[in-house]
Ligand binder design. Structure first.
Ligand code: BGC
Length: 752
């Protein structure tokens, strides 16, 4: 018996081989049950022959209900379908991108947005969200940075747990909750040269130290499912990675939920070079991939494999028929257990009662949450005394290709998002009393027609103005000259970042750089707002702007949140979840780098680790960085003692903070550790903990951290199987500060 009372052993015992294999098949809803003109779709055929376990991408309760009804009628044993969907950053109520939400460093907020999205998805009959995406991403060229919680494993692990709690609550089968699906397992965020889908080659220590910890945190938070990544890790494609799926995830971490493939990921093992279709099916099933998304390779090849086994000398794959049958049973049991955990045997129509469609339009409550989330996610990077805008800045020139944009505010992977739910920056500003607003687009988002076509692949999101650029820029310049203040809305379109949207150079597209230069030359005070899905190199923008706000793609309330921040109705509190490079060629880029024998400033002025042609003065915005509207003074960090011993002891370190400004502010205090001497080279510093504290004007607060032995452990991995976390006695340096660069240090000693 399992948690829901369904007797899985009994059910499995009564199922035929074909029924079991059917459960392993997962298809997209596509056009639904019928393709029109009376023809049955592939999906309908699979449902009618009980050859399917789940469907993803349903967009209405009625379609989910009709599929469920038909599936139950077709299934001899009344096994319900499972409905999944990509619920990445909100559902119909679109919240800021994950990379933006991570910049809030506010895990309660992350949890709240996930819980809200779960409620919206569950109301459409969805049982499983393909989220959270928890790939640690350190290369801003990679487009899926947008969906990730950024570069740091500690922040990503907290985010993984918060999202999982938000989606699942205490009981994923309760109304308004859905199962989480941790993805993409694993190291999908570290593709070669930042090219999506490319393979990850890394030291196993990096795998254990940076990429696996968010998955462990998600599993510990109770996530019921995991999705496997498209890429290969250490030469073995993840869909065949038995040592990581069955070995690490299930064996070492104790995950006992469902593992799904990514979209046609099993089939793609053949293109990876692992062999014939039937060979790769056997390998994926053996590796622990329970459900086959879209490819139908399990459906096609498992019946014959279960009869005759496989002996493929070319790829070294050999499984007997009985072994395959056992593996089918194993996968099917996991699918059924997953369904039982979601209460689907008790109530197959969960979340899809008969009757009218729910009204899914964003509610006032959802909008308020989305606005708060967008306020907290935006990162103020520079402010030379212009923000918040004072009463002397009334004549505002709003310029740029995103000034009057709605659809791009949604960001990538907003599968239910609607442009109509967004109010553009122009509309929000023009609704604000006492402002004289003039507007100009100034330039196109990109200049290359072929690139515009690629960006428009899912529908029109960028439009190329056929007028010569000199004309549009001249219009913008005239508009800027005539104003007290320019707000320049620049950045990336929503599909600039996202799946298969890697960019050669993470920077503003060329037309926007030209616009910036021309507008900056007018000398009118300049506030630049950047909409983006990845960390961009913002050197020239920083130099030209009086104030610079990184707003990411902020969701349906993004523009309202920006105006709240510009006018000081809210104060900025976001902190970078990923380093912004000084130059687009400076990739990968992240704070937890390792020391080398030839550091900069180490006495070898030319022979040092770095780039010959990168100016030392070029601006890097470090991980953890972000400004507020109040200056916060940090006192010297203090420890309750300077020495400790063994696994159980700990040291309390703390710091006083004083809000020296005249506004309430939220400060994110960050704790980093470094281990100056170890058995192997260790990162110069690693984030271990953080606390957010609200300080009223003039208030002094105190933040305390507990430094533990566990925080000092690091991986040594001669092989996957032998990987272990170790700790050495000796010095530990604690760094406390407002970001990963501007910290104060304290030396501790751990004896043994
Ligand atoms: C993506 C996944 C997503 C799946 C289903 C794939 O292309 O990599 O993240 O969940 O499609 O939409």
């Amino acid at each position: 018996m399992n948690e829901s009372g369904a007797d899985i052993d009994d059910l499995l015992g009564r199922m035929t081989l074909a029924e079991k294999i059917g459960q392993l098949n997962l298809l997209p809803a596509g056009e639904g049950l019928v393709t029109g003109a009376g023809g049955g779709s592939r999906l309908a055929e699979r449902i009618d022959t009980a050859c399917i376990g789940g469907v993803f991408g349903t967009k209405s309760r009625a379609s989910a209900r009709s599929m469920q009804q038909r599936a139950l009628e077709a299934s001899r044993l009344n096994i319900p379908l499972l409905f999944a969907e990509d619920v990445i950053h909100g559902h119909r109520t679109v919240f800021p991108l994950p990379i933006a939400l991570a910049c809030s460093w506010d895990m309660e907020l992350v949890e709240e947005t996930a819980a809200f999205a779960a409620g919206e998805a569950a109301a459409l009959g969805i049982h499983q969200a393909y989220a959270p995406m928890i790939d640690v991403a350190r290369d801003p060229r990679w487009g899926r940075v947008a969906e990730s919680p950024g570069e740091d494993p500690t922040l990503a692990a907290r985010y993984a747990a918060a999202m999982t709690r938000g989606l699942q609550g205490d009981d994923p089968s309760a109304p308004g909750r859905v199962a989480a699906c941790l993805k993409h397992f694993v190291a999908y965020g570290a593709p070669e040269s930042g090219r999506d889908y490319d393979n990850a080659s890394m030291a196993l220590e990096d795998l254990f130290g940076a990429h696996l910890p968010p998955f462990e945190a998600g599993v510990r938070a109770g996530a019921l499912s995991v999705m496997v990544a498209f890429n290969a890790v250490a030469k073995l494609p993840m869909h065949a990675h038995e040592p990581l799926i069955e070995g690490w995830l299930r064996g070492r971490i104790g995950f006992d939920g469902l593992v799904v493939s990514d979209y046609t990921g099993i089939k793609e093992l053949t293109a990876h070079g692992l062999g014939r279709p039937e060979t790769v099916v056997a390998r994926a099933l053996h590796a622990g991939v329970d459900m086959d998304m879209v490819g139908e390779d399990y459906l096609e090849h498992l019946p014959a494999l279960a009869e005759g086994g496989i002996d493929d000398a070319e790829s070294g794959t050999r499984f007997g028929a009985s072994e395959i049958r056992k593996l089918v049973d194993r996968a099917c049991r996991r699918v059924l257990t997953f369904k039982a955990r979601l209460g689907l045997f008790d109530d197959p129509f969960r979340g899809m009662p008969e009757g009218s469609e729910p009204d899914v339009a964003p509610t006032a409550e959802g909008r308020a949450l989305a606005r708060r989330a967008a306020v907290r996610s935006a990162v103020l990077l520079k402010n030379e005394g212009v923000l918040p805008l004072g009463p002397d800045r009334r004549r505002i020139a709003l310029i740029g290709p995103f000034a009057d944009d709605r659809i791009n505010m949604l960001g990538t992977w907003a599968v239910c998002g609607q442009a109509d739910d967004v109010v553009s920056l122009r509309n929000v500003l023009s609704d604000r009393p006492g402002i004289e607003l003039r507007c100009a687009e100034g330039c196109n988002v990109v200049e290359e027609p072929w690139l515009a076509d690629r960006l428009n692949v899912f529908g029109p999101i960028v439009r190329l103005d056929p007028r010569p650029e000199e004309e549009t820029i001249a219009e913008a310049v005239a508009c800027a000259r005539d104003a007290d203040m320019v707000v320049l809305a620049l950045g990336e379109a929503k599909e600039h970042a996202g799946e298969s949207s890697s960019r050669l150079a993470p920077e503003l597209p060329a037309p926007q750089r030209r616009l910036l230069e021309a507008v900056a030359r007018t000398g009118t005070k300049l506030v630049v707002v950047i909409f983006a899905g990845r960390p961009l190199a913002l050197g020239p923008v920083t130099a030209a702007a009086d104030a610079l706000l990184l707003a990411w793609h902020g969701g349906i309330e993004g523009p309202r949140a920006i105006v709240d921040l510009l006018f000081g109705d809210a104060a900025p509190s976001g902190r970078l979840a990923a380093t912004l490079p000084a130059h687009p060629g400076q990739t990968p880029v992240f704070h937890a780098i390792e020391p080398t024998g030839r550091p900069s400033g180490g006495g070898f002025e030319k022979f040092r680790t770095g780039w010959l042609d990168l100016d030392d003065a070029a601006t890097v915005f470090p991980f953890g960085f972000g400004l507020g509207y109040s200056a916060v003074r940090y006192g010297a960090p203090v420890a309750d003692r300077l020495e400790a011993r063994g696994e159980e002891e700990s040291i309390e370190v703390g710091v006083d903070l004083t809000n020296e400004g005249d506004r309430s502010t939220i400060e994110t205090v960050q704790l980093y550790l470094s281990d100056p001497v170890a058995r192997v080279t260790r990162p110069v510093r690693e984030l271990k903990d953080f606390r957010r504290i609200t300080l009223q004007p003039g208030e002094t607060g105190h933040v305390r951290f507990t430094v533990t032995a566990a925080m000092q452990r690091y991986p040594l991995a001669p092989s996957l199987e032998e990987a272990a976390f170790v700790r050495d006695p000796g010095r530990i340096i604690v760094h406390i500060g407002p970001n990963s660069r501007d910290t104060q240090a304290l030396e501790l000693t751990w004896h043994g």
